[in-house]
Design a protein around this ligand. Structure first.
Ligand code: DAT
Ligand code: MG
Length: 168
């Protein structure tokens, strides 16, 4: 089996339900290694790019509000990169079906997900579903410095006059 990377996101419902520890414990069953982890305040731009494959779906706007944290009033998600043999499939197995009602009851989504009255799947976690998606998603959510190891090719650029913040 090939070494793969996969993006996991603990979504706002996972955070407010205090499921982070539980989810990380479940994922540790895979014996994969974590090579990136950070809290992210999801912008509309990031949300739209991450879910661009669903832009024509009737639930798209609600999906954006959900991942941005507007629905749960907690404007952060936990983004993680896991690496190891067959990482994508191993994580998807533990995460379960997209629809929490169809997901195996022992899976993370089966145990903790719900469908809202307006039909949005609040399914607690995101997990990449193919090597192509994983690469696109990891490059979207993480910079090369934020992952441990050289997982994809990089190039050097010289930035001039870049405004940033440092502690005062
Ligand atoms: P997954 O997250 O399992 O990769 P996806 O990429 O097709 O599934 O969809 C992304 C998210 O969009 C999914 O986690 C929940 C929401 N979603 C997908 N299909 C849906 C549907 N038919 N009704 C409501 N929400 C849906
Ligand atoms: Mg997907």
């Amino acid at each position: 089996m090939a070494t793969e990377q996969t993006l996991i996101i603990v979504k706002p419902d996972g955070l407010i339900k205090s499921l982070t520890g539980n989810i990380l414990s479940r994922l540790s069953e895979t014996k994969l290694v974590i090579i990136g982890a950070k809290l992210v305040r999801v912008s509309e731009e990031l949300a739209k790019e991450h879910y661009k494959h669903l832009k024509d779906k009737p639930f798209f706007d609600e999906l954006l509000h959900y991942i941005m944290g507007d629905v749960h009033n907690t404007h952060r998600v936990l983004a993680l990169v896991y690496q190891g043999e067959g990482a994508i499939g191993k994580v998807r197995e533990i995460v379960g079906d997209t629809n929490p009602e169809k997901a195996h009851p022992v899976s993370i989504r089966g145990a903790y997900g719900r469908i809202t009255t307006s039909g949005v799947f609040e399914n607690v976690v995101h997990a990449s579903s193919s090597p192509e998606d994983a690469e696109q998603e990891i490059k979207l959510w993480f910079s090369p410095f934020e992952v441990v190891g050289d997982i994809y090719p990089t190039r050097d650029v010289v930035l001039e006059k870049v405004k940033t913040k440092v502690w005062a």
